[in-house]
Design a protein around this ligand. Structure first.
Ligand SMILES: C[S@@+](CC[C@H](N)C(=O)[O-])C[C@H]1O[C@@H](n2cnc3c(N)ncnc32)[C@H](O)[C@@H]1O
Length: 262
C-alpha cells in the first residue's frame, strides 16, 4: 500500500512551496554533493508535480521521473509546456522501478518513503538501478518535536487513534530508520544539512490547515471524526497557547541523506 497524492493535486504546489532561497539551497546541495552535471542520468522517485524536479532538470540534459499519481504528473506535464526543460515521466511504483540494473548516476526521493509500505524493499530497488559509484539520495525534513505544529497534530492523532483510526503513514517514520536500513547494505550514508531556520507558527493557521485535511497524515480520518475532533483539539490548543493568533518560533532543517553505492 502507498499513499497516492491524486487528492492533493489542486493545492499541492501552493501549500508545499519553499521560499526561493531555501529551495535553491536544497537543490544546489543535491547537485553539488552528487556531482550532477549535464550528462548525468538522474531519476526522481515520486516526482509528483515536479516541485523539486523542475529545478534539478535545469542541471541535466534530461531528467527521469516516476510517480504512482497520474494526476500529480499531469500538473508537471502542464507546467513543462512553458519551459524548455526535458523531463521524461512514467507511472511506476517506487517498489518496482521499471529500469534495468545500474542505469542511473543518481536516484533521489523527496518526501516519499514515509508513504510507501515496504519502504526497505523500495529503497533497495532504488539502489539496484544506480551505477556503482553513483548516489542514492533521500530528503529529510526535520521539525522540532515540541513545535506547535507537532503538538497540535499529535492531539488530533491521539483523538483519531482512540477511535480506532490509524494515522501513522505506512512507510518509514524516522531518519534513523532510513540510515539504519542503508547501513545494512554495507554503504555509508552521510547527512548534509541544506538549510536550518526558525519559522513563526500560528496555532490558528495550523488548526485551519488540519481541518481542511491538506496533509496526508489526516487522510485516513473520516470527515465525521474530524468534525468531532477539531473542537476538542482547538480547546486543547487554546488552553496550551492562550492566544491562538500569536506566532511561536519553531526550528526546522532540510537535509539530504546521501549514499554512494560502493
Ligand atoms: C509528498 S509528495 C512529494 C512529491 C515531490 N517529490 C515533491 O517533493 O514535491 C509524495 C509523492 O510520492 C508519490 N508516491 C507515493 N507512493 C509512491 C510509490 N509507491 N511509488 C511512486 N510514487 C509514490 C505520491 O503520489 C506523491 O506524488
Amino acid at each position: 500500500m502507498s499513499i497516492v497524492f491524486d487528492r492533493a493535486v489542486e493545492y499541492y504546489d501552493q501549500t508545499r512551496a519553499m521560499p526561493e532561497e531555501r529551495h535553491r539551497a536544497f537543490v544546489d546541495a543535491l547537485v553539488r554533493e552528487t556531482g550532477i552535471s549535464e550528462n548525468s542520468r538522474v531519476l526522481e522517485i515520486g516526482i509528483g508535480t515536479g516541485r523539486i524536479g523542475m529545478s534539478v532538470a535545469e542541471h541535466v540534459r534530461r531528467l527521469f521521473g516516476i510517480d504512482l499519481s497520474l494526476e500529480m504528473m499531469g500538473v508537471l506535464r502542464r507546467k513543462l509546456t512553458d519551459t524548455n526543460l526535458n523531463i521524461s515521466i512514467a507511472q511506476a511504483d517506487a517498489g518496482k522501478l521499471p529500469f534495468a540494473d545500474e542505469t542511473f548516476d543518481v536516484a533521489y526521493a523527496v518526501h516519499v518513503y514515509h508513504l510507501v509500505a515496504g519502504w526497505q524493499n523500495a529503497m533497495r530497488d532504488a539502489r539496484r538501478i544506480i551505477k556503482r559509484g553513483g548516489y542514492f539520495v533521500v530528503s529529510f525534513h526535520k521539525r522540532e518535536e515540541d513545535s506547535p505544529t507537532a503538538r497540535i497534530r499529535k492531539e488530533l492523532h491521539a483523538f483519531a487513534n482512540a477511535r480506532g483510526i490509524e494515522t501513522k503513514r505506512p512507510g518509514t517514520h524516522s531518519e534513523e530508520e532510513i540510515l539504519g536500513e542503508i547501513k545494512t547494505w554495507g554503504d555509508e550514508p552521510r547527512v548534509v544539512v541544506c538549510t536550518a531556520w526558525t519559522e513563526p507558527e500560528v496555532p490558528e493557521k495550523i488548526l485551519e490547515e488540519l481541518d481542511r485535511q491538506i496533509f496526508s497524515e489526516t487522510w485516513t480520518i473520516p470527515r465525521a471524526v474530524m468534525d468531532e475532533a477539531m473542537p476538542r483539539v482547538r480547546a486543547w490548543a487554546s488552553e496550551t497557547y492562550e492566544d491562538l493568533s500569536r506566532p511561536l518560533d519553531a526550528a526546522y532543517e532540510t537535509r539530504w541523506l546521501i549514499t554512494k553505492k560502493l
